[in-house]
Design a protein around this ligand. Sequence first.
Ligand SMILES: *[C@@H]1O[C@H](CO)[C@@H](O)[C@H](O)[C@H]1NC(C)=O
Length: 319
Amino acid sequence: MAPSLPKATTLLSWFFYLIPVYLFVLAPLFQFIFPEWDNSRAAGGNNNELGGYNYEDGIDDYEGEYSTPLHLADDRFISLEDDVPFECPEQEGRYKVHIFSRVPLVIYIEGFLSEDEAEHLVRVSEGKYAPSIIYDGVSERVDPSVRRSDRALLDRDDVVRCLEERARSFQGWRPGMYIERMWAQRYNVSGHYQNHYDWTGNLRAGGDRVSTFMVYLQADCTGGGTNFPRMKMPREKKWCRFLECDEEGKGEEGHAAKEVGGVTFKPIKGNAIFWENLRADGTGYPETWHAALPVTSGSKVGLNIWSWYQPPRRTKGKN
Ligand SMILES: *[C@@H]1O[C@H](CO)[C@@H](O)[C@H](O)[C@H]1NC(C)=O
């Protein structure tokens, strides 16, 4: 006798049990694991998938007041473009670029800083370090379980000013873009920063970090890679110069990188990863979720160069 199939009515009742299971268990769980995924995908699909510089388009209809204005006149936060003269080295701009991804735009930059520049920044940051903070949307606090490193605000000397200008130039001197004051980040053994976004999603409300340069100033360490769990490993083995690859999985570092998945950039002195945080419509890319993996020996000094974009304010009489 053939095994009896469940009756149609039984199947139907199973189906009705599954609906609440999906609605109240699976869907919230998915939302919890990928909080930004749904929203940002839905919002980003419409225009300019190739990534343009059209943030202005997205905010054209925004009429309200900006609730959290950037303190653009505040030179403790923003590197204002002023008339202070500075000199840049002859080697200026002799870096090599490799496009890692087009959407989101991720560019690997070899030799973004010269050895001299990197060493200078490490030197001037010494003696200025204090524990790094995290901002949870409400307040700032120190939490070594999430982020364990020390940071130092860099004075705007010639090297820093040249770097600010290099970052502006790299991005085509975009209007409405401002470079945040730079901080060196020092990671000792077990220093790390858990997965996070550099963007907040508040572009319309006043401004957001449109892009990030993650620069390595000192990399006398094992571990300490920059991991993007949602990015895909490229197929070309030439990338293994800059990335933790499977073949190197024998070593401790490769092993750690393998466990976290995605793509892990090795810390290499003077090199930088550049990526755009926001789509053309101002929503954040979920793929930019990243972490500083724990340093397993030695120490690492990194430098973040963050570019803010603030929508131009409409002034009466213009246009
Ligand atoms: C890192 O090492 C320095 C020098 O030994 C020390 O002063 C600092 O507190 C350490 N930072 C962390 C986060 O452990």
